[in-house]
Ligand binder design. Sequence first.
Ligand code: UDP
Length: 327
Amino acid sequence: MSILVLGGAGYIGSHTVYELIDAGEDVVIVDNLQTGFREAVHPKAKFYEGDIRNREFMDSVLEKEDIDGVIHFAASSQVGESMKDPLKYYSNNLCGTEVLLESMVAHGIDKIVFSSTAATYGEPESIPIVETDRTLPTNCYGETKLSMEKMFKWTSKAHNLRFVSLRYFNACGAHPEGMIGEAHNPETHLIPLILQVPNGQREYISIFGNDYDTEDGTCVRDYIHVNDLAQAHILALKYLREGGASNIFNLGNGVGFSVKEVVETARKVTGHPIPAKEEERRAGDPSTLIASSEKAKEVLGWKPQFDDLETIISTAWKWHQSHPQGY
Ligand code: UDP
């Protein structure tokens, strides 16, 4: 039997596929290649190009393939874009998941692991954030991810289906061997933008806001390596295969770094001065987001391997040096 990975040509999806194949799984990928890359598809995975909103297409894949469980990354994920074009997010994220669930229920597929986000919490009630904290998203991206979680919850009650929702904090880094990495178009994430400076594609990095209520005034985030996220998906799948009930887990390192600390670490890793300019705050950024991942550690047995920011940035730098234009 195979694992179906939706969005397996994207950043976190492709890294998870590499880990699944290393773990001996057979993998089938569905991706519409709107934000994913053909080059990120593992050569040993079976690939279908198509959109999860297309019921006929999804049915045809589920009929042809012998699918044991689904890992679902196929969603739009840019906060800024979600505020400008919310309906794109409702269509891709919510309508896509609705069609997927109809097709899964019709084909009796009963396990799904799903990418959710720290953006489901909005402005945190307290730090570190635990899974039972209030969820009040401050942007449309987080809202659609929270609605997707609720769609899974009610569908799992009505049908014979169980889900694990993984709420990622700041995904970063690249495969340590350097064959796949982070590529977005346009790029909006801090670490790849910083690395564009030593790569000669950007003169300086903008620091969005220097008057937050943090030690150095810049936003604090919990940066978690993409391979550690990938491992959590494999453990979540194991948990569901062993009969685990539907559940939600945070995934982060539990350590916060400010924007200035991230820039400083990148200077150290690359040996480049990386000039920075302090600018206005970016709309919708909470000041501090740090996860408690104790639940994932206890219940799933998750052990993040990359808990050091320098190592995390080194893996990203390896990829960006060898792929300055992305794929
Ligand atoms: N950020 C920044 N300059 C940039 C891009 C991001 O100062 O060019 C900040 C952003 O305001 C946030 C942090 O870096 O505080 C991480 O942003 P990113 O977009 O990587 O992830 P997010 O926290 O939005 O998921």
